[in-house]
Design a binder for this molecule. Structure first.
Ligand code: FEO
Length: 169
């Protein structure tokens, strides 16, 4: 496999694990506010990010590529309102989309159609992740500033359950 593509795939394991760490930090912030539904939502988000990391890891293993695990960065955002983490999450997902697009671009340049096909799932996933993150912001702005509205949103997010990724390698 093309060296640059392999390097980016390896880096993406770390980026996805950092995403999981960021969402654990956000879940922890909401837990401190007793917004258990929002906390639940981001705990599940963190599980999904771990799944993403494992998919990249497995893909590299299947293709006989050397995996190097690097240190995961400390989540260093500070939050001062219910809205803050939602905005950080949306911005982070756009960053992850850019990373996926970049790997896709390199794979395309290298005529690595297998990796492009693998990444297709992530391209779709990022569209969904961005849409969900944006929707959490707009719903908070519409309903969340009223205590009853915030309570109902929190109840709704409490109902989110984990589902394994639809991509199986
Ligand atoms: Fe793994 Fe939220 O992107």
């Amino acid at each position: 496999m093309n060296e640059q593509v392999a390097k980016l795939l390896n880096e993406q394991i770390n980026k996805e694990l950092y995403s999981a760490y960021l969402y654990l930090d956000i879940a922890n912030y909401y837990d401190e506010l007793d917004l258990d539904g929002y906390a639940n939502y981001y705990m599940i988000q963190a599980q999904e990010e771990r799944d993403h990391a494992l998919l990249f890891l497995k893909y590299m293993q299947i293709n006989g590529l050397k995996v190097t695990l690097e240190a995961i960065g400390k989540p260093d955002k500070t939050y001062a309102s219910v809205l803050d983490p939602l905005e950080v999450a949306a911005e982070h997902e756009r960053y992850v989309t850019a990373l996926i697009n970049n790997i896709y671009h390199e794979a395309h340049q290298a005529r690595d159609y297998r990796t492009m096909k693998f990444l297709d799932w992530f391209v779709d996933e990022q569209m969904e992740e961005e849409e969900n993150a944006d929707s959490m912001i707009s719903r908070y702005k519409l309903f969340g500033q009223d205590p009853k509205g915030l309570y109902l949103l929190d109840q709704e997010y409490a109902a989110r359950v984990y589902t394994a990724p639809s991509l199986v390698l």
